[in-house]
Design a protein around this ligand. Structure first.
Ligand code: CMC
Length: 391
């Protein structure tokens, strides 16, 4: 195999150069385009952060107003695409439906989806504008409820809330605290450098595949429980602890024993060897949202107890395992009224600007070449074909 380096899971291999996101995992630092995540979570909006992540700079007022306007004009989807959702059975998990929806969006583009700057710009805006519509329709369809057209008098996040929870026959009542919490959650998910789904977007894109195909692949990568699917898995874990009646200490012991094959979901990270800065921000919002909404206080208590028990335990401290972004986010989504199956979809709406920025950065890089890892072959050496009668 010559000079090939074996690096399982690419733990030590940089696959690209990138100017989008900086992480210092030892210190728990996360910055988009140089701006600390804490400041963005405090002061920015999701659309402004999306602009920053994709174009590299914070927009001036007129630039932001123009960007928001261009997004608003694209929120509606083709009527044919509305029918597309109806082909999925009632109760379909909205995550594969979202991946299929983004893939299909490419076929519903009225203009070229080529590599010229105008086509890339249009696809960028279509994706950001239509993602909440696709996500809400996947959800509505899973429940057999009517789809709502986007209402462009509303903000990006409000529009998504109304399309998810509203009914065509009733006015929708917004709670500003909830809308802001959702906005912040999306900001916190906007990019995270070369995670599994973003690397997937780049790998697929490196073949020359278009942005819809690449991002659809990223959504599928995100669906797994070791990645974005962890937010659903955390809530299921908390429910299982509650239902079984075992103590938090006993559960932690089971994780440490390792024979049950269970992990403490929402804990640990390839890069963070310190508290995930996103988890710290989400934890504050979890307290606030659950005080406001009748969420699962009982599960939040178990989560907090689990965190305390783990942070005081040698198994976790020796391995530097801390809560990650998924540990508390599901509890907030649940309190907002989303079912577990929607949690990873919300992660996908948040991560979209990152996927787009990574795809564009790669496409613009003159040194970019097709992603093609090597392997260490462990199969049998050469042997001769055995005729059927001799086997
Ligand atoms: N519970 C118990 N033990 C764990 C956990 C956990 N959640 N995470 C890691 N470990 C152990 C692991 O068994 C290994 O122990 P040892 O060295 O004795 O064999 C050690 O800690 C190092 O872990 P690793 O599996 O080599 O770490 P990794 O970098 O390959 O995996 C991870 C990172 C996030 C997949 C993993 O920590 C995990 O499975 N966590 C639970 C799932 C989860 O919460 N995922 C969301 C990640 S953050 C959101 C996102 O960006 O996707």
């Amino acid at each position: 195999t010559g000079n090939v380096t074996y690096d399982m899971g690419f733990a030590n291999t940089a696959s690209c150069q990138s100017a989008i996101t900086y992480i210092d995992g030892e210190k728990g630092v996360l910055r988009y385009r140089g701006y600390p995540i804490e400041q963005l979570a405090d002061k920015s909006t999701f659309l402004e952060t999306a602009y920053l992540v994709i174009y590299g700079e914070l927009p001036r007022p007129a630039e932001l107003a123009d960007f928001e306007e261009r997004i608003k004009r694209k929120t509606i989807i083709d009527e044919g695409m509305r029918k597309f959702f109806e082909t999925f059975p009632r109760g379909s998990h909205p995550m594969p439906v979202l991946a299929a929806g983004v893939q299909a969006l490419g076929t519903f583009s009225t203009t070229s989806i080529g590599d010229d700057p105008q086509s890339i710009e249009k696809a960028t805006e279509r994706l950001i504008a239509k993602m909440p519509t696709l996500a809400a329709y996947g959800y509505k369809n899973s429940r057999g409820e009517p789809f709502l057209y986007p209402d462009n008098a509303l903000s990006y996040v409000q529009n998504f809330e109304r399309m998810s929870f509203g009914y065509p026959t009733e006015p929708y009542h917004f709670e500003p605290e909830i809308t802001r919490a959702l906005d912040v959650l999306l900001i916190l998910h906007a990019d995270h450098e070369q995670n599994c789904s973003s690397s997937t977007v780049r790998l697929v894109g490196s073949s020359g595949a278009n942005i819809y195909a690449s991002i659809s692949a990223g959504i599928n990568a995100l669906s797994g429980p070791l990645h974005g699917g962890a937010n659903q898995a955390v809530l299921e874990m908390l429910e299982a602890i509650k239902a079984s009646g075992i103590s938090v200490k006993e559960y932690v012991q089971q994780v440490k024993d390792r024979n049950a094959g269970i992990k403490l979901m929402g804990f640990g990270h390839r890069i963070y060897k310190n508290y995930d800065p996103r988890a710290a921000i989400i934890k504050q919002h979890a307290d606030r949202v659950l005080a406001l909404k009748s969420g699962r206080r009982d599960l939040l208590d178990i989560a907090q107890e689990l965190e305390q028990a783990a942070l005081a335990d040698d198994y976790f401290t020796e391995r530097k395992l801390y809560p990650n972004v998924d540990f508390y986010s599901g509890l907030i989504y649940e309190a907002m009224g989303f079912p577990k199956e929607m949690f990873t979809v919300l992660f996908a709406i948040g991560r979209l600007p990152g996927w787009i920025a990574q795809w564009r950065e790669q496409r613009a890089d003159p040194n970019s070449r097709i992603g093609r890892p090597r392997q260490v072959y462990t199969g049998v050496p050469e042997r001769d074909y055995v005729p059927m009668d001799d086997r």
